[in-house]
Design a protein around this ligand. Structure first.
Ligand code: MG
Length: 477
């Protein structure tokens, strides 16, 4: 298949609510570019790129069209279905300018999907998310007008909102307070400054709204400023404008700089690049807003959604500041838990991710936890659990000693390991046989007064009940 023609169109998308205002900017319409790619197979693809005015990102509408005009001659005759190959061809003829390539790349994916008679989501990984959750933007206005707008959107069934701030800190604090006070059950809010606060403004807002339950989004222009604010905020942090490459994503992950990123298709350079970025976010456990800078039906059709993890933990940590409880394994991966740890003033217990001595050493080097859960079968038996325990004692790490689950036999092993652990390092254990009436062995640890003790007998001190165990599933001799 070969590209035979590329046509570029300009359309103004007017705002039905009058104006869209954020940071220091306001527009009544957005100039969008639609590109139509024709092929010798009779299949036509369509793509769109809308930069949200000329000063939101380093991108502007005339630039999209001018760039397509520059690139198009090199693309005539190329096969649009080979999305990575044609992307490399675009990179050879125009360095950078991802927002220009985004419209073309979107059209290439459209053609690929049509050529195999499948929706694009099938080619991007499959239908993992059948109903894509939406957020509504509360465009920057006076606080009362924003609350009135919120009530309209609540009545329309929306639950997720972005509060546009970034004007002056005093009014922004009022905006956040007024809108959070009008929260309906299940509403989630993000305050998005779109890069426009100076650091001292952002710190004033963060200080004045400490412990309030909302997400803080791209407070300042640069990554470094946002990272500095992140270290003082009790809210989950969303990075948006500065997340413009996979390098930035990896840097943000290494610095625990954010709980969520906004993935804008034309900022990254189209679906090909956005897919790579998205897949890394999934691997890293980073929650995403998937969107574009702006656009109409075509750009919106290219926006998909995935889900998962750290923002919820940061919300809980922010809302329970100073409360006296232990936080245990909030997220799936060690890295996510470490990120939460850095903002949590509760003692941190790591459990599921503490599956080897290597992880214990890593957690110790990062000061990632105050306590670990030692599960005998996760570590590989008493021999390994004993090594792990001995290192915890050396390192001053408090322990829960237990197993994933079991009956009298597993519990007896727990009791023996706990009995031989210095009391000062032992937090607690589980007696699993207490949870069931089925007895699989006699001589299980005796329980009284919220404590247990192993039988004072040789070995584990338990004798299996063969009538309960029944015939062997297999027997090797
Ligand atoms: Mg944003």
């Amino acid at each position: 298949m070969k590209i035979t023609r590329i046509s570029t169109h300009k359309v103004d998308l007017p705002m039905k609510e009058g104006a869209y205002s954020w940071g220091g900017q306001s527009f009544a319409a957005f100039d969008t570019t639609v590109v139509i790619v024709e092929t010798d197979a009779g299949i036509t693809g369509v793509g769109e790129s809308c930069p949200l005015g000329p000063a939101y990102l380093p991108a502007y509408a005339q630039g999209v069209r001018s760039g397509i005009e520059t690139l198009a001659p090199a693309l005539i005759g190329a096969d649009p279905r080979q999305t990575d190959a044609i992307y490399a061809l675009m990179d050879r003829h125009l360095r950078g300018h991802p927002y220009i390539k985004s419209a073309l790349d979107m059209a290439f994916w459209d053609i690929l999907g049509k050529s195999v008679d499948l929706p694009c989501y099938m080619l991007l990984g499959g239908l993992l998310n059948p109903r894509v959750k939406l957020f509504k933007v509360l465009s920057r206005q006076d606080p009362d007008a924003m609350v009135a707008r919120l009530r309209e959107y609540q009545a329309q069934g929306f639950r997720k909102y972005q509060i546009k701030v970034g004007d002056d800190a005093n009014t922004d604090i009022e905006r956040i307070e007024a809108i959070l006070a009008a929260r309906a059950p299940g509403n989630i809010f993000a305050a998005d400054a779109n890069t426009t606060w100076a650091m001292h403004d952002a710190m004033r807002v963060v200080g004045a709204t400490k412990g309030m339950d909302y997400y803080l989004e791209q407070p300042c222009l640069t990554y470094e400023e946002c990272l500095s604010i992140r270290k003082h905020a009790t809210q989950p942090m969303i990075l948006d404008e500065c997340m413009d490459s996979i390098d930035m994503l990896i840097r943000g992950r290494n610095d625990s700089a954010m709980d969520q990123v906004n993935l804008k298709i034309n900022r990254l350079g189209g679906l090909t690049k956005a897919r790579q970025f998205r897949d890394l976010c999934v691997s890293f456990g980073i929650y995403m807003t998937i969107e574009d800078a702006w656009g109409g039906e075509i750009a919106t059709a290219a926006i998909a959604h995935l889900a998962h993890s750290t923002p919820e933990a940061m919300r809980v940590v922010g809302a329970t500041q100073g409360m006296d409880y232990y936080m245990e394994q909030p997220c799936l991966t060690y890295e996510e838990c470490l990120s939460i740890r850095r903002h949590c003033d509760q003692p941190m217990i790591l459990d599921e991710c503490m599956d080897s001595i290597g992880m214990l050493m890593r957690g110790r080097a990062d000061s990632a936890m105050d306590q670990v859960n030692v599960k005998i079968n996760r570590l590989g038996g008493l021999t390994k659990a004993r090594q792990f325990r001995d290192l915890c004692v050396e390192f001053g790490v408090y322990m829960t000693i237990e197993d994933a689950w079991g009956g009298e036999i597993a519990t007896a092993a727990i009791a023996h390991l706990a009995h031989s652990t210095p009391e000062a390092f032992h937090s607690q254990s589980s007696a699993f046989h207490e949870y069931t009436d089925l007895v699989i062995a006699d001589g299980g640890p005796e329980i009284s007064d919220g404590t247990m003790a192993a039988a004072n007998a040789p070995g584990l001190g338990v004798t299996p009940r063969m009538d309960v165990l029944g015939d062997a599933v297999f027997s090797t001799a």
